[in-house]
Design a protein around this ligand. Structure first.
Ligand code: CFM
Ligand code: HCA
Length: 526
């Protein structure tokens, strides 16, 4: 492993090599006397060196595409030249299910101010206000959100002022903006934080009446890729858990506005949404737990954790019945594929969350993850939240606003009796994310912001049976003779969440790692 690591960065200029060496680590864990683990330190959430081909995207993509993209009844206007709006138009295949045809759904549309040279020179605020008015006149939406692209920040258009004016003008429409210029941070991750702040300030808390339902939760950090959120909605319903909102798969404005009534927040993707979880807890009192519905074991464990929080005999019984009913199909599918998948090796380089969560599914069919990394996660997603106090805040992170949140004296509720909370707290029940490293094998290779060059070298040297990444990597990887599974879009398959999703994943991976297609074709040059 040390040799492979050396080979990955051998050709870089000295300065780049020094930087990359801190972002490529071997997972060497030491067990301390008190049973805790000391993990290697990884450098993360820092700028990509110019000239390197990165997997990363921009801050606008993280805000407009990832977090706000899956909500169906907000009109999302991209303020900028047409490219940004066009390339973020439905390219994520955001699935949504309005209850009827009459319900608002703007996901099939792409709205942009289509800035021209003239707007760059003389300013684009007038055009933006006209666009908001035009969108309102055509659709009368509940809300309009504006997203700033790079040039908007450079010329200094005040998108927030424009939105405040239009909100006053339009009365029954919530209008707000995000300063999510592409260059604002080092990756998508900054866009998540900006989106979290905006949703929290402009929507969370707006519904003053308590919604009906028992065992009220929010599901944070689930974006309905491949229809995952649909599976989870059905699962919660069967278990008798009231899902008030999902941030933000298959979501609506109403969901965000009532989310502060939840008694518990369940965080799936820690990277993208931990800010909202913390802010809700401070302002309204509901604590949060880390859950994972990727993998059958993880799903059962997460459901039981929710039941444990509510501590209700009926709920526990329903959860146990649900698990008992779903598990036989999982075991059957595992037994079927295992003889063909066991011992195969996977690599995962995906986003800020899935490179960890999908390792569960591979483990369940006997596959080993030999190398993994995130595109834009922070140290806590690798090493666990215990390193939060040690993370250096650099100029790039300081650039992103940190909201000051105070307790809402009217709406703050103690979620459970203090005695309950204390005993759960002692067992690290809340706010506990251990990160990717704790779950990975000894000496597994962990690479932050992997470059194209490094990925290619890794594949050449290790010949994994499957490589998980995104669309930009897919065909480059497959041309090296290794199947590539997209874990952002599931290659238009899925859903993979929950028990039924796990079964589908086992079968899809079995097909991919055992495909004989490569043996049947000859490259033209051979
Ligand atoms: Fe969270 Fe996501 Fe991901 Fe992410 Fe993303 Fe995504 Fe992803 Mo693509 S919020 S960090 S910014 S789980 S869009 S739904 S698939 S890179 S691993
Ligand atoms: C993004 C979105 C993306 C890209 C996926 C990919 C997604 O980062 O802006 O590279 O295939 O999941 O759609 O992560």
């Amino acid at each position: 492993a040390d040799q492979i690591k050396g080979e990955l960065t051998r050709q870089y200029p000295a300065k780049v090599k020094r930087k990359r060496d801190k972002q490529i680590v071997l997972n060497e864990k030491t067990k301390n006397q008190d049973g805790s683990l000391t993990l290697p330190v990884i450098n993360a959430n820092t700028r990509t060196s110019p000239g390197i081909i990165t997997q990363r995207g921009c801050t606008y993509a993280g805000c407009k595409g990832v977090i706000m993209g899956p909500t169906r009844d907000i009109i999302n206007i991209t303020h900028g030249p047409i490219g940004c709006g066009f390339y973020s138009w439905l390219t994520r295949r955001n699935q949504t299910k309005p209850p009827t045809e009459e319900h608002d759904n703007y996901i099939p549309y792409s709205f942009s101010t289509d800035m021209q040279d003239e707007n760059i020179i003389f300013g684009g605020e007038k055009k933006l206000k006209a666009a908001i008015q035009e969108a309102y006149d055509m659709f009368h939406p509940k809300a309009i959100a504006v997203f700033a692209t790079c040039p908007v920040g450079l010329i200094g258009d005040d998108v927030h002022q424009a939105c405040r004016e239009m909100k006053r003008e339009l009365v029954d429409c919530n209008v707000f903006a995000f300063s999510c210029e592409g260059y604002k941070g080092v990756s998508q991750s900054a866009g998540h934080h900006i989106a979290n702040n905006g949703v929290f300030q402009h929507m969370v808390g707006n519904q003053t009446k308590e919604p009906k339902g028992k065992f009220k939760i929010n599901l944070l950090g689930e974006y309905n890729i491949g229809g995952d959120a649909f599976v989870l909605e059905e699962m919660f319903e069967k278990c008798g858990i009231t899902l008030l909102s999902t941030f933000s798969g298959n979501s609506t404005v109403e969901q965000f506005e009532r989310s502060h009534w939840a008694e518990l927040n369940c965080v799936m993707c820690h990277r993208s949404i931990n800010y909202v979880a913390d802010m809700i807890e401070k302002k309204y009192g509901a604590p949060w737990i880390k859950v994972n519905f990727i993998g059958a074991k993880a799903t059962a464990k997460s459901l039981r954790k929710i039941a444990e929080f509510f501590n209700d005999a009926d709920l526990t019984e329903r959860v146990e019945n649900f698990i008992t009913a779903e598990y036989p199909a999982v075991l059957k599918a595992q037994a079927e594929v295992l003889p063909r998948t066991e011992g195969k090796r996977a690599m995962l380089f995906v986003g800020g969350s899935r490179a960890h969560s999908y390792q569960e599914l591979f483990k369940e069919i006997g596959m080993k993850t030999i190398a993994a990394g995130y595109e834009f996660a922070h140290r806590d997603d690798y090493e666990g939240r215990k390193v939060l106090p040690d993370i250096k805040v650099d100029a790039d992170s300081r650039n992103i606003e940190e909201l000051t949140v105070e307790r809402d004296e009217k709406l703050y509720r103690e979620p459970k009796t203090n005695a309950d909370l204390e005993s759960l707290q002692k067992r690290d029940f809340f706010e506990n994310y251990q990160g990717m490293m704790a779950d990975m094998g000894e000496k597994a290779m962990i690479i932050d912001d992997v470059s194209h060059h490094e990925a290619e070298k890794l594949i050449e040297m290790c010949q994994p049976d499957i490589f998980c990444a995104g669309i930009k990597e897919k065909y480059a990887v497959q041309k090296l003779g290794v199947p590539c599974k997209q874990l952002h879009s599931y290659d238009y398959g899925g859903p993979y969440a929950g028990f039924q999703g796990a079964v589908r994943f086992y079968q899809d991976i079995d097909r991919m790692v055992n495909s004989k297609v490569k043996d049947m074709i000859k490259a033209p040059w051979e």
